[in-house]
Ligand binder design. Structure first.
Ligand code: C5P
Length: 409
């Protein structure tokens, strides 16, 4: 089952009496953790005011296509990119017809065409209109285009008739919307993830650490859980809450991270090392606070174990993914890591003062023996989902080859 926490849900409202339920739907989607933006078609505004949906969503409602001021703000392409899911509720018979034809003559239909996000529609209409052969053939086309159709329910209608065509209730739609994110790509697999920085104690109050926020690793753990995996996250010190449906184990030093990882690595199918592990630690940590008695002081450091390399040395080793945060020469550095640590994949990114650690957006270069793929700049949550999608495909391909080899006489 997926989750709506931190998901960007773009709610499309079209013209139908069920639009009165859209305000409740926005509130419930937000209660479930989603950030909601609303697009209304012109006829939707005959049933409910943009002001109502602005108040409940906390954002101005988007209504106009190719309007200079609207496009200068968040235009149709930005909205299409912003969305993790587009939910049209209610979806009128007219809107379904336009969606089936792939029209782009108003903001909502253009966004549905332009988005890579999951799209779902919630039909609501008179039962005769629903049963009409034209509507049914439009629905068949929409389904073929991988758009999900939620409902409708049957029962008494606003027009006084009884039959199919009632919009599903907001509470049911929230559950269905969260299931849009459950891909099942990693069903039955165990994924072990490291995240955050490590803390190498100098004395009880001071230590060596780095600028890793843990955001990317946590997003990777969440995306893996959403894909059906059992996920164990070994996290260095961060200020982030434990991700939903993920077993989070908190550690401080690289050595503790190493020990905790090895308690679980043998049972893991996939290991993803996102943590920014300190390369060195103080040889001795003082057991009392060090006083400033001398003009200079030397700190003797020793190497920490390489967690990633120690996991690929296991037999059998899980499918192993490393991260490489570099300030320059990203691809060659990542390729060197791929070979030296015997990894299946390196996800490399550029870090600097302006990009990388604490930011909410990032891009990744996926470096593997077969070649290089670029995942362009996007929110870390989306990036993590794209990465998990890629890892799932590579994991399946690798294991299919193994099975094939075992079966060969
Ligand atoms: O060697 P380098 O630190 O550049 O490699 C980065 C990758 O190696 C990351 O995936 C990081 O989690 C992992 N790593 C590790 N143990 C270390 C150092 C890095 O697992 N001691």
């Amino acid at each position: 089952m997926g989750s709506l926490i931190n998901k960007h849900v773009l709610l499309g409202v079209t013209g139908g009496i069920a639009a009165y339920k859209s305000a409740d739907l926005v509130r419930r989607l937000r209660d479930a953790g989603a950030e909601v933006r609303v697009i209304m078609t012109r006829s939707a505004t005959e049933f409910i005011t943009p002001l109502t949906l602005q108040a409940v969503s906390g954002h101005p409602v988007h209504q106009h296509f190719l309007d200079t001021s609207a496009e200068a703000g968040m235009g149709h392409i930005e909205l299409a990119r912003w969305a993790d899911a587009v939910l049209v509720a209610p979806a009128s018979a007219n809107f379904l017809a336009r969606l089936a034809q792939g029209r782009a003559d108003d903001l909502l239909s253009a966004v549905c065409l332009a988005t890579e996000a999951r799209v779902a529609v919630t039909p609501a209409m008179n039962q005769q209109m629903w049963n009409n052969a034209a509507t049914q053939s439009n629905l068949a086309t929409i389904k073929k285009n991988a758009i999900r159709i939620f409902g409708p329910a049957a029962g008494s209608q606003a027009c006084g008739e009884v039959g199919p065509g009632r919009m599903l209730e907001p509470v049911e739609l929230v559950t269905l919307a969260s299931e849009l994110f459950a891909t099942g790509e990693l069903d039955g697999l165990t994924v072990l993830v490291t995240a955050g920085p490590t803390w190498e104690a100098i004395d009880p109050v001071r230590g060596l650490t780095n600028r890793s926020s843990g955001k990317m690793g946590y997003a990777v753990a969440e995306a893996a859980a959403e894909s059906g995996a059992r996920v164990i996250l070994v996290s260095g010190p961060t200020s982030l809450p434990d991700p939903e449906r993920v077993r989070t184990l908190r550690v401080e030093s690289a050595q503790e991270m190493y020990d905790t990882v090895h308690q679980h690595a043998a049972a893991a199918d996939i290991f993803i090392g996102v943590a920014a592990v300190a390369d060195y630690r103080p040889v001795r940590a003082a057991d009392r606070k060090i006083k400033k008695t001398e003009e200079t002081m030397a700190l003797e450091l020793e190497r920490n174990p390489d967690i990633l390399a120690s996991v690929t040395a296991l037999r059998p080793a899980p499918f192993t993914v490393g991260f490489a945060a570099e300030t320059e020469n990203i691809e060659p550095q990542a390729r060197r890591k791929l070979e030296n640590k015997n990894l299946d994949l390196v996800a490399a990114n550029r870090v600097g003062a302006d990009i990388g650690f604490a930011a909410d957006e990032n891009s990744l270069l996926l470096v593997e023996r077969e070649g290089v793929i670029e995942l362009p700049t996007q929110p870390k949550t989306k990036l993590a989902r794209a990465l998990i999608h890629h890892i799932a495909a590579r994991y399946r391909a690798k294991n299919a080859t193994k099975v094939h080899r075992l079966r060969r006489p």
